[in-house]
Write a protein that binds this ligand. Sequence first.
Ligand SMILES: NC(=O)c1ccc[n+]([C@@H]2O[C@H](COP(=O)([O-])OP(=O)(O)OC[C@H]3O[C@@H](n4cnc5c(N)ncnc54)[C@H](O)[C@@H]3O)[C@@H](O)[C@H]2O)c1
Length: 353
Amino acid sequence: MKKLKVAIIGCGNVSKVHFAATTTNPSAQLIAVCDIKEDRAQSASAKYGVPYYTDYEEALALGPDIIHVCTPHHNHAEIAIAAAKRGIHILTEKPMAVTLHDADRMIRAAEDNKVTLGVIFQNRYNPSSLAIKEAVTSGALGKVLGGRLFVTWLRDDEYYSKSDWKGTWDMEGGGVLIDQAIHTMDLMQWIMGPIDSLEGSIHNRTHDIIHVEDVAEATIVFQNGAIGSLYACNFYTYDADVFLEVHGENGVARLEKDRAIIRLQGQPDKVIFPEGDGEVIGKSYWGVSHKTQIDEFYDDVLAGRPVKIDGVAGRKALEFVRAIYYSGTHNGERVTFPFAEPRGFTPPSLTRK
Ligand SMILES: NC(=O)c1ccc[n+]([C@@H]2O[C@H](COP(=O)([O-])OP(=O)(O)OC[C@H]3O[C@@H](n4cnc5c(N)ncnc54)[C@H](O)[C@@H]3O)[C@@H](O)[C@H]2O)c1
C-alpha cells in the first residue's frame, strides 16, 4: 500500500497532536520536521527519527505528499502557497490565515495546482457537535430562531509574554476571537448556516502588553432569519466551558465544552457525552478530535476525494472573525456578507495607555 509521505512544519505546542496522529496512522510516514527554532526541530527529529530542517523550503524540496502547517498564523499562507506550487497537499491549523485576502490566495493556489487544502477545526468531529448539527439538519429542532455563544477563558499578560507572536495584529492577527473563540464561532456558523450581517465591538480592557482585543461581542443575523449573540473574552478567572446554544421552534440544542444536551418539547433530554476512549494529548480544551480529522484527511487524499473542511469551509470562520474586527473598528457598522474585506485592512493597536 502506498504510504503518504508527511512533513510537519512548526514544532511548537500544537505539533504534538499532529505528530501523534501521523505516527499512528498506518497510511502515513513522517519524513521530516521543520522549525525555525533549531532546538525544537532537533528535539522532534530525535524523538521521531527523521531529518530536521530550519527552512521549510528544504523540507518541501524532499517531496512530501502532505505538509501540516503548525506555525504562527501570519505565515500559514506563505508556507501553504509554497507547498501548493510544488504539488504538495496542505493541512493547516486554524485560522487558515490572518486576512481574507491571504485565505483567498491559498484557496486559489490549491485549485491552480490541483492539491487538497484542509483546515483544522477538529471540534466539528466531536460527537456533541455532530449531534447538534444533526438536530438542525434533520429538522428535529424545527426552524432555527436564535443562537448564543460564550467563550470566557483566561489568557493573562504572562501567557502573552511567553510568546514571540501572540497579542499582535500582524502575527496572531487578533486576540480572543481569532485564536480562542474561532473554534466555537466555526461551529456556530456551520450549524446555524450562512451569516447575512453582523454588528460587533472589540476592546482591550485588561491586558497591558497586547495590541489586540481581549473582549468582543457581536449581534449576528443569519440568512435563515435567526439572530445570534456572541460574547468572548480572555480575562475571565479560568477557562470556563465554552457554551453554544441553538434555539429552534421545537426546543434547544446546547453545547457545553464537549457535551451536548438536546431538549425537544415533549421529549426527555438527550445528552451526548464525549467519546470515552480518546486520549487527551496537549491541552484538554483542544479536545480529542485532531486525530479523527487528520486520519480522514489522509483517507480523502489517498482516495482523491474532497475533504470536508477545505479552504472554502475554513475561510468562513475567518470571515466571521474579520467581519467583527471590521465592525468593531468602524463604530459597530453593520457588515453584510459576503464580507468584502478592504485590502490591507488591519485594526489599530488596542494597547492600553
Ligand atoms: N486546533 C487547536 O486546538 C489548536 C491548539 C493550539 C494551537 N493551534 C494552532 O496551531 C498553530 C501553532 O500554534 P502553537 O500554539 O503550536 O504555536 P507555537 O508558538 O507553540 O509553535 C509554533 C512554532 O512554529 C515555528 N515557526 C515559526 N515560523 C516558522 C517558519 N517559517 N517555519 C517553520 N517553523 C516556524 C515556531 O518557531 C514555533 O516553534 C496556530 O495556528 C494555532 O492557532 C490550534
